[in-house]
Design a protein around this ligand. Structure first.
Ligand code: HEC
Length: 162
């Protein structure tokens, strides 16, 4: 009887140890599966991380990255202006820096990849919609519109690379 209980306890303990031992490994594996994190293999060759390459020339690459840094700065400026409740100024930044200006339209139309082009155009339209919403001076609506615009940043970055 005593030995039986002992054996039972040992087997429960080893089952527990088994799960404790394997849990971190399997959760790390799940994480890299679901987020598409770079594997060691991909890191080494820095290609084939699942995103579509746009095959840009070196000049286009520079131009795109500088554009992107300006988008990021615009988002930061908009957030800070919203915090100060300076909605009209925030709206102007949204229109001029994120909206579908002639310059942005031209830029987007330079890309051969239709999906990228369309996503870019939709993104800039959402910048105009953000500009419009900011004019209402409604904080919650403006935050929702900013969230929508930033959804395009996230969506495009997940799908495309230079
Ligand atoms: C239509 C596609 C698209 C949209 C929309 C987009 N980006 Fe990008 N962005 C790219 C691509 C492509 C790259 C290059 C990524 C790579 O090659 O790894 C990039 C790179 C960047 C970089 C890196 C710049 C550098 O100097 O290395 C920043 C920052 C950035 N984007 C910010 C943003 C922000 C903020 C938004 C939204 C407000 C945004 N982007 C929207 C396509 C997009």
């Amino acid at each position: 009887m005593c030995i039986k209980i002992f054996i039972k306890q040992v087997s429960i303990l080893s089952v527990m140890l088994f799960f404790v031992g394997t849990a971190p490994v399997s959760s790390a594996a799940d994480k890299s599966d679901s987020t598409g994190e770079m594997t060691h293999h991909n890191m080494k060759h820095s290609i084939n991380d699942g995103r579509v390459s746009l095959g840009l020339s070196p000049a286009m690459k520079q131009h795109q990255l500088s554009n992107m840094r300006s988008h990021l700065e615009a988002v930061q400026t908009i957030i800070s202006l919203m915090a100060e409740e300076e909605f009209d100024d925030a709206s102007k930044i949204a229109y001029s820096k994120l909206g579908l200006t002639d310059e942005m339209k031209q830029m987007c139309n330079m890309f051969d990849n239709e999906n990228f082009k369309n996503l870019g155009l939709e993104f800039h339209k959402s910048g105009d919609a953000l500009g419009e919403t900011l004019k209402t001076k409604d904080m919650n609506k403006s935050l929702r519109a900013l969230h929508t615009t930033m959804g395009y940043c996230v969506q495009c970055h997940a799908a495309f690379r230079q």
